[in-house]
Each structure stands twice: as structure tokens, then as C-alpha cells.
Ligand binder design. Sequence first.
Ligand SMILES: [Zn+2]
Length: 200
Amino acid sequence: MNSEKIYSSIFFLNISKKIQNGYEDYVSWKNPELSGQKGFLDLIIIKNMQKMPGVFNHLHKGDLKICFYLENDILYTVCGSGEIQFQILEAIIEDVIIQFKLFYQQLKENYKLAFEGLLDGFKTQIVEIIKNIATKVKLVHCFCSACNTNISLYVKKSLIEANNVQFPVSIAYIHNGHASLVYLDRNFYVRGIEIINITE
Ligand SMILES: [Zn+2]
């Protein structure tokens, strides 16, 4: 998946702040190249459901994949097509969190009052983040003996590069109705792969 393909697979990105009776939109970005309102109903459902802070949540519904993350009462949600891997969506959210915090802080310092109306300016950065996300993930290839196929999965570089990482890093790749647990070393080399039992 190249950068253009990734960009055209992202439907929307939403940043909202928890308020007394729900969420208030800070930034509501919709891919200008795509028509329709894909996933917007699910965003309402996500806003209304109980959420655990500090955890990446995945929602796979038909041809939609949605990833959301709650931190300090701010909800980050990104929605893409079914073919995009969740690691890419997580990488987008990680980058958005870092850059949005900076953007927010700078606006607050420069404008003191009524700066929240200017948060929309972050949309330009969202486009940049998505278009450059290929540099934040690594494509890993291995062979799955359960389905006898070569599989290719994206892995966030932050999984390997974060502090206190224990090697090998493991990632479960769910595909063709089963899951493979792939072990990676610090160079993203596959050190092992096994089929694991899953349930939902
Ligand atoms: Zn397989």
C-alpha cells in the first residue's frame, strides 16, 4: 500500500473533547477526495459507548475499519476502508496525538481566549500525517502454515522503537478466519510464527 493508496482509504478523522453530555468536536476532518458519510454513524455510537482510556480499540464492520483512542478526555477516531490494516490506523492516531497536543498548546499560548475556533486549522496537518504515514510503519513478510500463504503485515515502528520493549515483540495477525502470532526482533526480522487460538 503506497501513500496515495493509504490516503484514499481513509474516510475521516475526528478529534473530540469529552463534555458533560457527550463529546464536542475539536476537529472533524473528512477526506475531500471521497464522497459519502461512511462511518459517521459509528462515530456517534463510539462517542456514546463506555471507553477505556489509553487503549487502542478496533472496530471492523463490513468494509469499514475504525480505530479509536481516548486520552485525557480527548477522543481520537480514524475510519478507513476494510483493506487497511489496523496498525496503519494506530500509527496515524499516534502521530495525530503528538502533533495535535503541540498545535493545541501553541494556539493556547498565542491566543489565550477563544482559540478553540481555530482548531480547524489542524486539518492541514492531518492530511500531511496521513500522506507520510508509510514512514511510520514497516511491512513484514512471512509464511503462514495454516493457510499456506505468504502474508504481509504492517507493524508500527513505535512497537519496536518504544522504550522498555521486550524482544521478541509479538503481533497477532488475524486473516482468513484464523490468527498467526508473529515474533519480531529489533530489526523487524521475523523470529518465529505460530498459530494461536482466538475467540471473540
Ligand atoms: Zn494463515
